[in-house]
Design a protein around this ligand. Sequence first.
Ligand SMILES: *Cc1c(COP(=O)(O)O)cnc(C)c1O
Length: 360
Amino acid sequence: MERLYNFSAGPAVLPRDVLVQAGDELVNWQGCGMSVMEMSHRGKEYMGIQAQAEADLRELMDIPANYKVLFLQGGASSQFAMVPMNLLRGKNCADYLNTGEWSKKAIKEAKKFAQVNVVASSEDRNFSYAPTQDVWRLDAGAAYVHYTPNETIGGVEIFWTPETGDVPLVADMSSCILSRVIDVSKYGVIYAGAQKNIGPAGVTVVIVREDLLGQTLPGTPTMFDYKIHADNESMYNTPPTYGIYIAGLVFKWLKAKGGIAVMEQQNIAKAALLYDYLDATDFYSSPVARENRSRMNVPFTLKDAALDEDFLKGAKARGLVQLKGHRSVGGMRASIYNAMPVEGVQALVEYMKEFEKARG
Ligand SMILES: *Cc1c(COP(=O)(O)O)cnc(C)c1O
């Protein structure tokens, strides 16, 4: 059977070329007589794979030398705790922007460790936009400022970088990392679960500025200390070796495609195919404020929710899957990460037009 167009929010589509190469190398990696899965993480083959993955990620994102790149486990959800444990550094309050479900989870976890100051919230309009910085109320004494540049569930993206002066800026980039060019030097910490735009579930990428290391909250477990992982090059314990290997293949694929600036242009074009159509019809609509429309996760609703089931059924029959929206938003959601080919988005828009013609 040929591959489907998978619009899942995560775990999500991976580049076909990457899967094919991984398949070719599955049993015997580059003639070494074993699978990457079977290699010692301390052996020279695997250490080379991980070092190359890190080097390629550094090149793709232009990560400055004074930042550590960590490959951890526990998902972005563990970072909701690790960030306060590592970044409070003797202070007891932290600033958080609340733009949706993932922000809320980060805030809830941080409250276990710190006094959380919510600088602004878009809950008043069901998280359909992001408050601009002029309405934020930053606390000058905060240890850091946390935000979620792309809310995967609500499809709300912030395309500008907050200005926080000397207070470290922390970003949960799980669903937008590698989708557009960012200036890493503006951030204290960037973290992302891999299963959206990096690779398979099980790897968490953390990019942290070196001067923020080594001042963890008393009682922080060893495994939750960024410095332990930084000092041990993400090999304090057994890293998620196979996932890191696949992530490395994705980084190579991105480089071959021309890098992040090229991906960004493609992502703009892919998202425009969908949004332009949503704007041109009354049958479907986007619930998100225009300036915050995510390029990665595109929620939309049908005029008549009673047609949702039929819409999904028809989509599935054409090989367009995982389009059901999150229950908090309803309707549909098309996640169109880097690895979603433009042909997939075109096929979706075509189907949407035909469904409208038949049922509108
Ligand atoms: C998926 C996601 C998470 C949760 O990631 P896990 O790896 O499942 O813990 C957190 N934040 C954002 C923005 C996400 O998209």
